[in-house]
Design a protein around this ligand. Structure first.
Ligand SMILES: [Zn+2]
Ligand SMILES: [Zn+2]
Length: 207
């Protein structure tokens, strides 16, 4: 605010044009960031936990924008999957997903192309840019969405005290050994349904 008041009264046409160009952009962004920061702080202080943004639909898509999706309901749960198939598919240390109920989730633009990664699961990616987007099981309507494809991943903290849903590490027996998990989240081996299926996938793919 001080910046604007000092510049505008003193400005020539040139200075004014610089002010007009800079202030609306930086001012709005700073304001939005400040409001969001205050909201998050308030939520954290009052609840003692992270609170998700309830705004729906939840939207997202691939890097190039060809594939877009939305869900009319928030995600149900979060996963850090350390199985070797997810490492390959995502090209990372682990793959992070949030699970949506299939009844609430739909593609709003182009649909992904699916790679059948096992006899009972498929992984969807964008045909244009290659971004991995979803993981689905045959006969299961639920959709595991790649976390980074969300338009606002910041709204869904994958933390121990998150109020919106539970997140856990799965298939930790395949975790890259030097990577240490220090977030306090529950850790599962392939005993869980999801990670067991992933392990079976891995086993099938390794033969
Ligand atoms: Zn794309
Ligand atoms: Zn996995």
């Amino acid at each position: 605010m001080i910046f604007r008041m000092m510049i505008i009264p003193a400005g020539t046409d040139v200075k004014l044009s610089i002010t007009v160009e800079l202030f609306p952009r930086t001012g709005r962004l700073l304001s939005d960031a400040r409001e969001r920061s205050m909201d998050e702080k308030t939520n954290t202080d009052s609840e003692g936990s992270s609170v998700a943004n309830p705004t729906v639909p939840i939207t997202g898509g691939c890097l190039c924008g060809a594939v877009r999706y939305e869900s009319v309901a928030p995600p149900i749960a979060g996963f850090y999957c350390h199985c070797t198939m997810c490492q390959k598919n995502y090209g990372g240390l682990f793959q992070v997903t949030v699970k949506f109920a299939g009844s609430t989730f739909a593609f709003s633009k182009a649909e992904p192309i699916y790679y059948r990664s096992s006899a009972f699961a498929r992984r969807g990616f964008c045909a244009q840019c290659g971004s991995p987007i979803v993981f689905v099981y045959d006969g299961n309507q639920d959709v595991w969405v790649l976390f980074g494809s969300l338009d606002h991943p910041e709204d869904w903290p994958l933390t121990k005290d998150a109020a919106w849903g539970r997140t856990e590490h799965v298939s930790i027996e395949s975790k890259v050994p030097w990577y240490e998990i220090n977030d306090g989240l529950h850790q599962k081996t392939s005993e869980s349904i999801v990670s067991r299926a992933a392990a079976i996938e891995h086993s099938a793919r390794s033969r």
